[in-house]
Write a protein that binds this ligand. Structure first.
Ligand code: NAD
Length: 495
């Protein structure tokens, strides 16, 4: 929780021009180029970030490799890495208000969401990774007495991390805390639209005692900085969260360079299947709306396709529409705001384009459908519900990443599953039923990395998160996340 007075005291604080973090030093990009950062709250310039170059990436990778070889982190006692990562978690918690406000000014997330999902989750994630540092063991293979098969796990070396704008602290922390926990060095590229809180996190990591060169941050454009990381011959593993289009480029870049392992957390079009025998249809309607419109629909797992059993469809969708109409949209830094801004004007146009396409495809806009609060200069879009969305339409098939909910009826459980699985995505899913047997059939049948049953609740660090199909590969969170950043080495000791 955060109160209005705390926010108001820091909401207009000047943000100095931001630099790159390379080898423990904050420095300008080669050539000194910068990029203006505008706030989606009012469209006004907030500050600048350094427009990194391929040479900056080379420098950052060299620093990361040198730090890895030197071993102040990679070969440190696990207890040292554990202490530092705990300290990072403490510092994030101590600066939670500052980080959440800065992040919301940068990307427009409503503050009540960002305080929990951003510093809240980031701190918990660093703590989880810290706790795992001294609990990840190697293995002894089952062999006869003449030989000892030791399976060791070693850090990969230099990990490239590229993250999106929608939950920058949370997603960055999932990746870097796990990569760092097992001894790697990192070269991180935040999104152009959400670098500020991530840069502050990097400062806190240095304050916590992370040795120089272990964490490097290069801001700038995806086409320049991201591409240079992806094509770098000395980056061992690339961990990415973002769109499928960029994910494909990264796979190509890996194939064309050193065949680095590439882990992709991509988009989604998560089905939310409501059966007539849901335990509480009122609650289901309220949660369906609340979960979807959070962060203006700019969440990868957001339940964006509402599939409702025909017998309750009209009534259920009407309830969701009422909830959508009641959402308070506006200034992300007002504690009463339930839905903040769309991150930038290009994304606003994309969202509006989806509504127009949905109408052309026979969809019926039940509420919303337009930009609002234009007098603020910011990017705000009305919570939108489109009914009668056909399974072949763009709105059913493609990720909007904005507050446009697609509703479609179904008649049978088989049809519900077919519709739910009927896109290229497989990130998250949700369904509502009181029928235990049906629940297990649905869990087994849904093609998704995550299934939520009878709610769409918050998710914890104890379980993995990742997608199937074109939603990606590999997972963040849980003990399984560390696998991405480790190599196995088997030693046969002949006795
Ligand atoms: P994006 O793919 O446009 O950008 C993501 C990052 O990639 C940014 O840092 C960007 O600068 C960089 N990038 C862009 N072009 C690049 C290139 N050619 N080479 C290397 N890097 C490049 O995504 P976005 O618009 O920032 O974020 C929204 C997307 O992220 C949505 O598709 C959303 O579903 C997805 N996402 C997925 C998850 C998940 O866990 N699966 C979580 C959050 C967001």
């Amino acid at each position: 929780m955060i109160d209005q007075a705390t926010i108001d005291a820091i909401r207009d604080a000047a943000v100095p021009p931001q630099n790159l973090l390379i080898d423990g030093t904050w420095r300008q990009a080669r050539g000194g180029a910068t990029q203006t950062v505008s706030s989606p709250i009012n469209g006004e310039p907030l500050t600048t970030i350094a427009a990194g170059t391929a040479e900056d990436v080379d420098h950052a990778v060299a620093a990361a490799r040198a730090a890895f070889s030197k071993g102040a982190w990679s070969k440190a006692e696990p207890r040292f890495r554990k202490e530092v990562l705990h300290k990072v978690a403490d510092l994030i918690a101590a600066h939670a208000a500052e980080l959440a406000v800065l992040g919301s000014r940068d990307n427009g997330t409503e503050i009540q969401t960002s305080i929990m999902s951003e510093p809240g989750t980031a701190s918990a994630t660093f703590r989880h990774s810290a706790e795992c540092v001294d609990k990840l063991y190697g293995e002894i293979a089952p062999t006869g007495p003449a030989v000892l098969g030791m399976i060791q796990r070693a850090p990969v070396g230099v990990v490239g991390v590229i993250v999106p704008w929608n939950a920058p602290l949370m997603i960055t922390s999932w990746k870097i805390s796990a990569a760092l926990a097992v001894g790697n060095s990192v070269v991180l590229k935040p999104a152009e639209d959400a670098s500020l809180a991530v840069l502050r996190l990097a400062e806190l990591c240095m304050e916590a005692g992370l040795p120089e060169g272990v964490l490097n941050v290069v801001t700038g454009s995806g086409a320049v900085v991201g591409e240079a990381i992806a094509r770098h011959m000395d980056v061992d593993v690339l961990a990415f969260t973002g769109s499928g289009a960029v994910g494909r480029k990264l796979l190509r870049a890996s194939a064309d360079s050193n065949m680095k392992r590439v882990y992709l957390e991509l988009g989604g079009k998560s089905p939310n299947v409501v059966f007539a025998d849901a335990p509480d249809l009122d609650k289901a309607a309220m949660i369906s709306a609340k979960a979807f419109f959070k962060n203006a629909g700019q969440i990868c797992v957001t339940p964006s396709r509402l599939l409702v059993e025909e017998s309750v469809h009209d009534d259920f969708v009407a309830r969701v529409v009422e909830h959508a109409k009641a959402i308070t949209v506006g200034d992300p830094l007002d504690v009463q705001t339930q839905m903040g801004a769309i991150t930038n004007t290009t994304q606003m146009q994309t969202v509006a384009g989806f509504v127009a396409a949905a109408a052309e495809d026979g969809g019926d806009v039940r509420t919303g459908g337009t930009a609002i609060l234009e007098e603020t200069g910011g990017s705000y879009f009305a919570p939108t519900v489109v009914g009668s969305v056909a399974p072949k339409s763009r709105l059913f098939q493609e990720e909007v990443f904005g507050p446009v909910l697609a509703a479609t009826p179904f008649k049978t459980e088989d049809e519900a599953l077919r519709l739910a699985n009927g896109t290229v995505y497989g990130l998250a899913s949700c369904f509502w039923t009181e029928n235990l047997s049906r629940a297990h059939r649905m869990i087994a049948g849904l093609e998704a990395g995550m299934v939520q049953v009878n709610s769409f609740g918050p998710i914890d660090n104890v379980a993995p998160m990742g997608g199937v199909k074109q939603s990606g590969n590999g997972v963040d969170k849980s003990l399984h996340a560390f696998e991405k950043y480790l190599n196995y080495k088997t030693a046969w000791v002949h006795l």
